[in-house]
Ligand binder design. Sequence first.
Ligand code: CO8
Length: 264
Amino acid sequence: MNNLRLDVENEIAVLTISRPGALNALNSETLNELNVVLSEIEARDDVKVVILTGGPDKKDNPYKSFVAGADIAEMVNFTAAEARAFGMRAAEPFFKLMNMRQVTIAAVNGFALGGGCEIAMACDIRIAAENATFAQPETGLGIIPGFGGTQRLARLVGMGRAKELIFTCDNIDANEAYRIGLVNKVVAKEELMNTAKSMAAKIISKGSYAVSIAKAAINNGYDMDIKNAVEMEANLFGITCSTHDKTEGMSAFLERRAANLTDF
Ligand code: CO8
């Protein structure tokens, strides 16, 4: 991989987007690499949580940029057909981040602009360093968010705030992103990876199969009517009741001992 680094330790995969000369902007090569590596990770039983972050800039500043957007130099001469293909090239790995059985956490270590904010929104959870900056600056470039931003931002922060951010291109800081529900947590930048890893460890300590089924229930039910969504949840609940972890988890509680949850 040219633009991604994968480090796996303690069942946590840290996936670092690394294009130091372009503030980690997403070009086609990076999106293709992301698509391949996420499929590989999903097949691994030794990874339970994926943390997505940005690498240092060319001056080696680790807190400059998460992802400064889609690669403007690549997009500048796009035809309509090429632009559509580029959008769909991103859609595939972004849906993997959203739907893969592992939990995905964006550790936002600086600029999360345009496609950078969009890839963070495709993750299950977002943790921001206090210096992080979020924006959807596309309309200022004469385009619209094309990696799911018009859809995911409205779902996360509500339609009114999404419209304001997309129409004004305003930058917001990490605390404002927290206030409007765009990020789950804001921490000192030096604490970002430790915070993401300790949240990952806490998630890993639960039943990993149950967590993945809960993720599917939340995702699948989100756009359904409540009656069908609750029925879908009941069906998935039934599936979790057929597992080793359910027997072990409930027996351990009744026997007042720690549970040994192993399903994934
Ligand atoms: N694309 C390509 N190169 C970039 C990008 C980018 N998005 N962002 C930064 N770079 C490059 C710069 O060109 C520069 O390269 P060089 O050193 O060769 O000149 C290098 O990174 C460093 O950047 P700066 O010198 O500009 O650094 P500053 O600290 O002065 O500024 C900023 C940092 C404020 C982040 C500034 O770089 C900036 O405004 N970048 C662009 C941000 C932006 O507009 N992002 C949105 C892009 S559009 C988008 O994401 C659409 C997504 C959906 C596409 C769907 C298609 C279908």
